[in-house]
Design a protein around this ligand. Sequence first.
Ligand SMILES: Cc1cc2nc3c(=O)[nH]c(=O)nc-3n(C[C@H](O)[C@H](O)[C@H](O)COP(=O)(O)OP(=O)(O)OC[C@H]3O[C@@H](n4cnc5c(N)ncnc54)[C@H](O)[C@@H]3O)c2cc1C
Length: 300
Amino acid sequence: MPDAWLAAVPGVREHEPLSPHSWYGIGGRARYFVALEDDAGLAELIGRLAAERVPYLVIGAATNTLFAAEELPGLTIKLATSRLTIDGSQVTVSAGYLMPKLAADTARKGRTGLEFGAGVPGMVGGSVVGNAGAFGREVKDGLLSTEVIDPQGHVHTLSAAECHFAYRESSLKSDKPGWVVRSATFATGEDDPSRIRARIKEVQGHRRQTQPIEKRSLGSTFKNPPGDAAGRLIDACGLKGRRIGGAQISEKHANFIVNLGGASADDVLALMAEMRNRVFERFGIELEPEVRVIGRTAGQ
Ligand SMILES: Cc1cc2nc3c(=O)[nH]c(=O)nc-3n(C[C@H](O)[C@H](O)[C@H](O)COP(=O)(O)OP(=O)(O)OC[C@H]3O[C@@H](n4cnc5c(N)ncnc54)[C@H](O)[C@@H]3O)c2cc1C
């Protein structure tokens, strides 16, 4: 069997259900799956996968990812690494660290600049790739550099300029398929921990008021088109509350699709297609998905 070596990698499981690894609670299976708390052997593993032509997908908390394939081929790697080093103003954090935990842990040490992480429920790796942001601040505003692994298994340090960050975009997302973020280094400022915590509370309070965080979702379904808000356009089409199967366009925020329980990837994709079509018919604007659909094309 060509993948026999893969099945023998420590921790690798076969035919792993992905819904427990999905924030949305939706997913088929992964042919092979491994959760890594230690990334020491990751570069070697990536190099071997590429050499053996085995496809792979790296995920974090899957708060931005819809698993839409019945079975994902190759290896799905979930990074659950949790290193954090604070050296003066520089904060270096592994890809598998949760953004809200990063915000809380740096606040405790009197480091400011990462409070926005309290509004991003995913991990650092996915947040670097997608230049995640909340409440006026994005990854790009503080990132100094990121340590990445290319598909040949070589480790590089990319400066923020080399990441070509833009709104929910980076060169890692658009031009470097198969590159893996291992860690990120941020510049931070100094402030009183209680003041930083107060700002985190503000971020959390705003989220509670504006987003359906009590239900499972993937956050914003579509990017905001220039000068407008996807939620406003979808709401103007009268789509709030529209339901297909177990998926519903949130009554609270029209750019969120919530899983009421038992939603399938098909339900979510059908709602996404309807949102795109209705907004295009009414406004002539093509909405671009912010969520990553794995295994199928978004909007179909
Ligand atoms: C309720 C809710 C609110 C949200 N609010 C916001 C918000 O305010 N702002 C915002 O920007 N986002 C928001 N999101 C979306 C999401 O939290 C962010 O996009 C987050 O950065 C994704 O991190 P993740 O670990 O979940 O990534 P995943 O969903 O696991 O992965 C996202 C993509 O990145 C890739 N990837 C993941 N880790 C790595 C890695 N280490 N190396 C290379 N590629 C990798 C994956 O293959 C995938 O393509 C929200 C989501 C939810 C559910």
